[in-house]
Each structure stands twice: as structure tokens, then as C-alpha cells.
Unconditional design. Structure first.
Lengths: 112, 881
């Protein structure tokens, strides 16, 4: 199913990716991992061991909030959604990220 | 906002920990299920799918831990973890925990209880609303360089009241005067003061019944209204409400009762309570005279204004008044004193000293806990080293110690609150009978808070931080011999030293109590009672009338069997004295009256000294009739005014006194015929030097108030004989102020008993705590060095050698502590000097005895566990390791 050469996520960007997935719609833990994998076309795989502590940390920081709901297979799961401060934080982090990426790209593309 | 929400979340998370764990569990299981479901959809068999999903997920428990850390890895959580750890560790050594908790509880409880009772006994609560805002205001005579506080004239008071910016209001009252109240059959002597209409308002009080005075009741003609004290109302009027609006007779004038004062009412800090209040007359000739100073003032500061600011305000008004009324107001300033500060200096110094003693006791308790904690830390050294070797940081180790100290000080504090409550009851119930009047004292909240805070601070600082030995090498820790405990020796020494200071202080006070109990006070107080009668000047206008009444009364009583009778205007330890300024003829006269010596004056029948057993030491007693003006002086008078001279035959000039109760005839030139032995009532009551006293023949100066003394083995019967005799001679005259001299003197002795009782109690507890401290450290050291002892014994070490080895530190601590303690005791005794009767503060006997007690207790407490070490079986010891 997953490509064997899946890359581990760049340090510190997991939070941002979680926020991005949740900015589209509320999701449970497995859904978040799946969505990240799908959107990155299998480049990033998030294992439960880093996903859930990150969710707990974000919930404590008040940027996401959890709610128990039934899944499509009629199981109870905790669905996370962004709070308003989460949305603001996501925008700020995304902006920073884009700036950094373009800066790194410029450096890499610079003629020597 | 964010921070607040985070805090709320943390607190919620903290209290819902189990719930949150269960939630995490369910969430992870849901994840696993979904994962399995997806694998099956991708084509794996359920078993394979399950295996793959589990493998991908890793340890669920580890994830839960990580989630927990992410969510609760907070200060709150780690604090709780430390406390839990400390609790678990303490539960494992119940002996240490019990001793530490109990000694801290004892220290905290005893300190708080002693201070609470002393506070209640020495500092009667001022029964006013917000007493800190209340001030006394006095006139200050600027021309005489003295800080004597003087009366204020009514006009001047009104000016201050109207012009001040710093005061809410300023009320005035006169000194209480005595009245004969005849409302209900028999006459009663009562004390009443006149007050301005705003008095109750300034004090923040309401009448418990009826109303206060109205403004218009301060004008002459309308002022025949009265408020009764609650006590007088319930004793003389049986608490009947109908008394409101009715008239009572005071000195033959009619006054209408308008209100009843609240219970415990008192006027200013006057310890002598008043029975009734009258309105202060603001009209009439005297009220407008600026040179007629007659009132004392009580003001209420505006919120936030200091007494100092009020003084500046009133001083500037006084300066304006001085320019407006130079005749009368020039040269007068103002003093402002917070109402509390009016306490007698002896009470304040007593309070300070007891605060100091209590602080010492508390310190002993805290040091004791610290000593025990260090002993315990030593025995856990290996455990801590293993922890350090396994990667615990120094900070974490420190945190364990501090949280353990915190847990102990909180637990000890909680127990201490309990002990202090019990202690207050025990102190009041267990103290010698009639040591003080207080029957119940609340545990003072401020004292308790201060004591708890201080003990927690000291315990944590000493117990948590001291003896934090370097973690050292693990190998040494496992095999080694326990290192010497220098810190512990120092602290035990400090504990011994502090206790020695306390014991010495208690010893000095006890010695002083003994001295005062066996002190010859100058007269025979056994079976001596007296009561006062005050003749109405309207009924006994002339000297001859009064002399006739007193002589008939004493003559009739003298005829009764077994009764010895005397009369005089001043009873030792009882009545208020009047006084005169004295001039010694032939001496350079002083320019102003303020510099003249002052003596107390009494007017006595010739039988006075004989009946009281107060011996004439020089010259002669009064004869039945004296041809010329004569006087008998006391020894202090002779010593101070006529040093080195033979006083007999000398003449003294007594200046007139304007007191109403005193008709001024004592003034003039009088010849000294005798010197009477001092009655040291000042010394007994206030630890002050004896005052000069002069005694005049009653026949030469028949004052209206006279005390009738009777000596009889049945004091009560004798007094009732006096009462019926007075009633027979004049039913309108009440007999009042009935006292037994023995009781009065015992009451004066009470403060002495009281202070040595409390100091003794504090010293005993300190002694007990020190013994616990020494015992605890030595028995810990024995347990610690069991292996060493076993080896020594196996190699042939004899018990004395082992005891010597075990006793080395306690001996050093005890001897060093005792030396240090002697310095401490000396320093403390200097502070104590004002409370000591005739005892010099430096008393080698007491010091040496205290040091002996402490050394004995310290060595014994060390010897008992050390001796136990020698009873160990070496083989068993070595095997056990």
C-alpha cells in the first residue's frame, strides 16, 4: 500500500500539516494520518506514536479541540477540528513556511 | 486569555486524569480498528491485517505515556508527582515521619497557643469598629519640654473638630467621676463620664437599646439624660427594657435613661470601665472658656490617613488658633497617638519578650525537624546515589528533598493547627487557678499564619537544602561507611543552644517569681479587708461632720469582738491615690511647678499603721490628737528628698491640690514626726520603684472618701458588719470597692506567675524537642553504622569503645551547643531584665544550672540509643548486609 521509501516528516512541520488537514474538515486520528499520506502522495507517513502526542499537545495549547462522534463504520472516534486561534496559527505558520521554502529554493538555485 | 484557558485546561486535565487516560485508550483502539479495517479492504486476511496494524502502531502504552506527557507535563503535574513520591517515601519510614510531624506539630501548636492566650490576656480587644483608625488627641505644653499629655478645652476641641481635614470626626469625654445612684432601694456607687454627642459614632458603636445622645442634649438644662452600661443595667435594673424613658437619681438629681450601651463598652483605653455616660455640656460659662481644659479626645482618621498626617493637620490648626487666641492658645501644641499605643510600656515589653521566646521555641522545633531530615537523608544516601547514577539530575534530587520538607511542614502545620486549638484550652484549663481572667481565647489567625509560614520556611530551608551532600561515587556509596555528619552536629548544637537560652530565661523568671512570693511587702495582708465610703459633701459639709461620722463608725466597729479597725484614704494595691507637689524648705526653690517632686498622699486615723501592720521605722506614730500640722513619710520619700539627713523634725511644704475629692487642707508647712516602712506595691504590680508617700492625720484633713479596714479571720462577716454599721449611720451612703488585701496582692502576683508559667512551658517543650533531636540523630547513626559496629565487635571492640565512637558527635554537639547557649542566654537575659524582680539579669547560678540540665538531657538522649548499639549481635549484623 505505502511506498517503502516514505520520508519522515521534517522536524517541526507535523503540527502545521495537522492544522492544514483539519482546516479542510474535522477528522479523527487515523483520518488525519491517511489524509497527510494521500495529499503528499505517499511521501509522508505519520505513525501513531508521533501523531497522538502531537494532537494532545495541540489540544492542550488550545489550537484544536476534540469531539467524540460516530465514524462512517459506526465506531466512536475522536474528531478534531481547528479553533479560531488554531486557524490564525495555521495561517502564520504556513506563511513562514512558504517564505522559508522559497528562500531555501533561491539558495539551491543560485548559480555558483 | 490564552494563558487563562491553558490554566483551566490544566486544572481540568489534572482532576480528570483517569478520565483522560480512558479517552486516550479508546481513541487509540479506534485508530487500531480503523487501521485493521483499511488493511482488510486492501486485501489482507484479518489476522495479517491485525499483525501489520499492530506493528505499524508500536506500543499503545508508550503512545499513551507520550500523550500524557504532552498533555500534563506541566508544573502542576510534576509538583504532584514529587509530592506523591515524598508521601510514598515517608510512608516507608513511619517512625521518622511520626516523630518529625509530632515535633513540628508540638512546636507550632505550643507557640500559637501560648501567643494566642498571651495576646488575649495582655491585649484586650478594643471593642470598637476598625480600631486602627482611632486616635487619642492631647494638648501638648510647648513651653515645658515634656511629652506630658494634657486635657483640652471644649472650645479648642470644637475648633479642631471643625477645621480638620484628616479626621472623620473628633469626640470628647471627661475623666469619669463617681456618683451615688439611688434608683432601687439601696444606694450604689457608680462611675460616669460625660461624652460629646458624637462619641458612639466615632467609636463605630450603636446602643444595644434605646438611642445615643442628641446634639441638643449637650446644652445645659436639656442634659439630664443618661446612658447605662450593659453591666449596670443588668445588675441594678435587672435588664428591664422599661427603664428606657424612666428617671434615675444620681447624687440627688434626676436623669432620664435614653439608652443602654453595648456590652463590654469601654471609654478609650481606660481599663476602668464606666457605668454610665452623660452628655457633655457645651453651653454654660465653663464650656466657652479656652483656658479651662477638661476633656480628652478620641478621633477617627479618614481612610488611608496616618496618625502622623493627622498630627500635622491638627498642629497647623493649633498654630492658627495661637494667632487668633494668643492669650490662651499660645504655647500649646498637639499630640496624636494611635489608640493601641496607649498600652502600658510594661505590657508592651512583656509582649515583645514573649514573642521572642515563642519564636525561639518555634525555631527549636524547626531545627529539630531539619536534624531528623538530615539524619534520614543520610540513611537514604545510597538510594539517592543510585538514582544519581541512573541519571537523576542534582536538581531532581534537590526537588525530592524540598518536596519532602514541604510535605512534612504542611502535615506538621495541619497537626499544629489542631494542637494549637487543644493547646489553648489546655493552657486555660491547666494553668494555676485564677492566673488570668480569660476563660476562652480564640486561636489568633494572624499568629497562626505567621507561625505556619515561618515554620514552613525554616523547615524547607534547613531540612531541604542543608546536608545536600555531593552525590559522590556509587561504589563508595554501596560499600562504604557512613560519612561524618558535620551539618547535623551543627544543627543539633544549635538546637541545644536555643533550648538552653529558653531554659535559662524560664529559670530567671521562676527565680524572680520565687523572690517576689517570699518578698516582705511591708504590711500584713492576711485577713485584711477594706471597703470604701464616700460622704456626700452636701450632707457632710464641714470637717467636723466628716470627722464625727468616721470616728463614730470606727468606734462602733472597734467595739465588736475580734475586729480591728482603721480608716485611711488609700489602701495598698487598691484605691486611687491623690498626690501633692512637695517643696523642701531651705532648698533652692524650683522656678516652675513641673520640676517639683511629687508624692502620693493619704489621710489616716491614728490606728491605721497598727492595724495594717505597717511598721513605723523611725520617729513615732500619730497620736489621737496632734497639736500642729504633722506628717509621716515613707522610707522612699526620706531617702529621695532628704538623703543622708535625719528626717524627724524637718518641715516640708505641701503645695495645694485641686482634686475635688480632696479639700486641699493638707497643703502648707508640716513637720515630719515619723518614717513608715515602704509598701512596695509599684514594684509588685509594675516592677517600678516605690513612690514617695506622705500620710496626714485624718482629723487635720478629713477628705470625703475613706477606706474602712477590718482585720478579722472572717473577712466576709467583718465587711458585712461594716456594711450594716454604715447603713445604720446613714442609709444613703453606699459601701463600695470591697476588697481583700490578700486577693489584691495575689492579683498583682498573677502577672509574675503568668510569665514564668508560660516561659517554663516553652522551656519544657524546647527541652523535650532537643531530647528528641539528639535521640533521633544518634539512633539513626547507629542504624547507619550497624555494619561498622558489627565489624568492630567482631574484631573484639568492647562496648565502651563503641559507645564512645557513637557518642562523639552528640557530645560535641551538646557541649558546643551549651557553650553557645550560654551566650544566647546572656543576651536574652539582657532583654528580660525589665521583667525580673530584684534578680539581676546576669545570674551565674541559673545559667550554670540550665547548662547542666541541657547537657544532662543531651548526653542521656544520645547515650540510650548508643548503648543499644552494643547489644547488637555482630554475626547477625554482618550476615544481614
Amino acid at each position: 500500500l505505502a511506498p517503502a521509501e516514505a520520508t519522515s516528516i521534517v522536524q517541526g512541520t507535523l503540527d502545521m500539516l495537522i492544522l492544514k488537514t483539519l482546516s479542510l474538515q474535522p477528522l479523527h486520528g487515523f483520518g488525519i494520518g491517511q489524509r497527510i499520506e494521500q495529499i503528499s502522495r505517499g511521501v509522508f507517513r505519520v505513525n501513531a506514536g508521533s501523531l497522538f502526542p502531537a494532537l494532545a499537545r495541540l489540544e492542550r495549547a488550545g489550537v484544536i479541540t476534540g469531539e467524540w462522534r460516530a465514524t462512517e463504520n459506526n465506531r466512536r472516534a475522536k474528531y478534531y477540528s481547528l479553533t479560531s486561534s488554531g486557524r490564525a496559527r495555521f495561517r502564520a505558520e504556513a506563511r513562514d513556511w512558504r517564505r522559508q521554502v522559497s528562500a531555501v529554493a533561491r539558495i539551491l538555485n543560485a548559480p555558483l | 486569555m490564552g494563558r487563562l484557558r491553558k490554566l483551566v485546561w490544566e486544572i481540568r486535565a489534572f482532576f480528570r486524569r483517569d478520565h483522560m487516560r480512558a479517552e486516550a485508550d479508546e481513541e487509540l483502539r479506534a485508530y487500531l480498528d480503523t487501521s485493521v479495517h483499511e488493511q482488510v479492504r486492501a486485501g489482507l486476511t484479518p489476522e495479517e491485517a491485525h499483525r501489520v496494524a499492530r506493528a505499524e502502531m508500536g506500543s499503545i502504552e508508550a503512545i499513551k505515556e507520550a500523550m500524557g506527557d504532552a498533555a500534563w507535563g506541566t508544573t502542576l503535574e510534576s509538583l504532584v508527582r514529587d509530592v506523591r513520591y515524598a508521601l510514598r517515601a515517608l510512608r516507608r519510614s513511619p517512625g521518622f515521619t511520626a516523630v518529625a510531624l509530632l515535633s513540628l506539630a508540638l512546636g507550632i501548636g505550643a507557640t500559637t497557643a501560648i501567643l494566642s492566650v498571651i495576646n488575649a490576656v495582655l491585649l484586650p480587644r478594643l471593642p470598637y469598629a476598625r480600631p486602627v483608625e482611632l486616635i487619642d488627641v492631647y494638648n501638648l505644653n510647648l513651653q515645658v519640654a515634656s511629652d506630658r499629655e494634657e486635657f483640652v478645652s471644649i472650645a479648642r476641641w470644637r475648633d479642631w473638630q471643625q477645621r480638620s481635614h484628616s479626621l472623620v470626626d473628633l469626640a470628647a469625654f471627661t475623666d469619669p467621676t463617681a456618683f451615688n445612684l439611688s434608683a432601687t432601694g439601696e444606694a450604689v456607687r457608680v462611675r460616669g463620664a460625660a461624652v460629646s454627642a458624637n462619641m458612639l459614632g466615632v467609636l463605630g458603636l450603636r446602643p444595644s437599646l434605646g438611642r445615643g445622645f442628641l446634639a441638643e442634649e449637650t446644652s445645659l438644662g436639656r442634659n439630664h439624660v443618661v446612658m447605662l452600661s450593659n453591666r449596670l443595667w443588668s445588675t441594678s435594673f435587672h435588664g428591664r427594657r422599661e427603664i428606657l424613658g424612666q428617671a434615675i437619681q444620681l447624687d440627688r438629681e434626676r436623669y432620664t435613661v435614653v439608652g443602654i450601651l453595648p456590652p463590654d463598652f469601654q471609654l478609650g483605653t481606660l481599663r476602668s470601665n464606666v457605668d454610665l455616660l452623660l452628655p457633655l455640656a457645651l453651653t454654660g460659662p465653663d464650656a466657652s472658656r479656652r483656658d479651662r481644659a477638661s476633656v480628652d479626645l478620641i478621633g477617627r482618621l479618614k481612610p488611608g490617613v496616618s496618625a502622623e498626617a493627622a498630627r500635622a493637620d491638627l498642629t497647623s490648626i493649633s498654630e492658627q488658633l495661637a494667632t487668633l487666641f494668643p492669650e490662651t492658645d499660645q504655647g500649646w501644641g498637639v499630640t496624636v497617638v494611635p489608640l493601641r499605643a496607649d498600652l502600658e510600656p510594661i505590657i508592651l515589653s512583656r509582649l515583645e519578650i514573649f514573642l521572642g521566646l515563642a519564636a525561639l521555641l518555634l525555631l527549636v522545633a524547626c531545627v529539630n525537624v531539619a536534624v531528623l531530615m538530615i539524619a534520614r537523608a543520610e540513611s537514604r544516601r545510597q538510594q539517592l546515589r543510585i538514582r544519581a547514577a541512573l541519571g537523576a539530575s542534582r536538581g531532581q534530587l534537590l526537588r525530592y528533598r524540598v518536596s519532602e520538607a514541604l510535605v512534612i511542614s504542611c502535615g506538621g502545620g495541619a497537626l499544629g493547627v489542631l494542637v494549637s486549638r487543644l493547646g489553648v484550652h489546655a493552657l486555660i484549663a491547666g494553668s494555676p487557678p485564677r492566673l488570668f481572667d480569660v476563660t476562652a481565647a480564640p486561636v489568633d489567625g494572624r499568629i497562626l499564619c505567621a507561625v505556619l509560614g515561618l515554620s514552613a520556611l525554616v523547615t524547607v530551608l534547613l531540612g531541604g537544602l542543608s546536608g545536600l551532600a555531593p552525590t559522590g561515587e556509587l561504589t563508595v556509596a554501596v560499600h562504604g561507611v557512613a560519612p561524618r555528619q558535620r551539618w547535623q552536629t551543627v544543627l543539633v548544637g544549635a538546637e541545644i543552644a536555643l533550648s538552653l537560652a529558653l531554659v535559662a530565661a524560664a529559670g530567671l523568671l521562676a527565680k524572680s517569681l520565687h523572690a517576689i512570693s517570699t518578698f516582705d511587702i511591708g504590711f500584713d495582708l492576711n485577713h485584711l479587708a477594706y471597703a470604701r465610703v464616700t460622704l456626700d459633701p452636701a450632707m457632710y459639709p464641714s470637717d467636723a461632720d466628716r470627722i464625727a461620722f468616721v470616728e463614730r463608725l470606727t468606734g462602733d466597729l472597734e467595739g465588736q469582738p475580734l475586729l480591728r479597725v482603721a480608716a485611711g484614704s488609700a489602701a495598698p494595691f487598691g484605691s486611687e491615690w491623690v498626690g501633692n507637689l512637695v517643696q523642701v524648705p531651705g532648698r533652692a526653690s524650683h522656678s516652675d511647678a513641673h520640676g517639683l517632686p511629687y508624692c502620693f498622699s493619704a489621710f489616716v486615723l491614728p490606728s491605721f499603721f497598727r492595724t495594717l501592720g505597717n511598721p513605723i521605722v523611725e520617729g513615732r506614730d500619730f497620736h489621737a490628737t496632734e497639736a500642729e500640722p504633722v506628717v509621716i513619710i515613707n522610707q522612699t520619700f526620706a531617702r529621695q528628698l532628704l538623703p543622708g539627713e535625719d528626717p524627724i523634725g524637718r518641715s516640708l511644704m505641701f503645695l495645694p491640690n485641686n482634686n475635688v475629692a480632696y479639700n486641699g487642707a493638707a497643703s502648707g508647712l508640716r513637720r515630719i514626726i515619723g518614717v513608715v516602712r515602704d509598701v512596695d506595691e509599684n514594684r509588685l504590680s509594675y516592677n517600678r520603684p516605690t513612690s514617695c508617700a506622705a500620710f496626714f492625720p485624718y482629723a487635720q484633713n478629713p477628705v470625703v472618701s475613706i477606706d474602712i479596714f477590718v482585720r478579722s479571720s472572717n473577712e466576709a462577716a467583718a465587711i458585712s458588719a461594716v456594711r450594716s454599721e454604715v447603713a445604720r449611720l446613714d442609709p444613703a451612703e453606699p459601701l463600695y470597692n470591697v476588697h481583700s488585701e490578700r486577693e489584691l496582692v495575689d492579683r498583682s502576683l498573677r502577672t509574675w506567675q503568668f510569665q514564668s508559667w508560660f516561659a517554663g512551658l516553652a522551656a519544657a517543650i524546647a527541652l523535650l524537642l532537643s531530647a528528641i533531636g539528639v535521640y533521633g540523630t544518634v539512633s539513626h547513626a547507629v542504624r547507619q553504622r550497624t555494619r561498622e559496629i558489627g565489624i568492630r565487635m567482631a574484631l573484639g571492640g568492647l562496648p565502651p569503645t563503641i559507645i564512645r565512637a557513637m557518642m562523639k558527635e552528640p557530645v560535641w554537639a551538646t557541649l558546643g551547643g551549651a557553650c553557645l547557649g550560654l551566650f544566647g542566654a546572656w543576651a536574652l537575659s539582657q532583654q528580660l531584665a525589665s521583667l525580673l524582680f530584684q534578680a539581676t539579669a546576669f545570674d551565674p547560678g541559673v545559667f550554670v544550672a540550665s547548662a547542666f540540665v541541657l547537657i544532662t538531657v543531651g548526653l542521656l538522649a544520645g547515650f540510650l540509643p548508643a548503648r543499644r548499639a552494643t547489644t547488637l549481635d555482630p554475626l547477625a549484623v554482618l550476615k544481614s548486609e
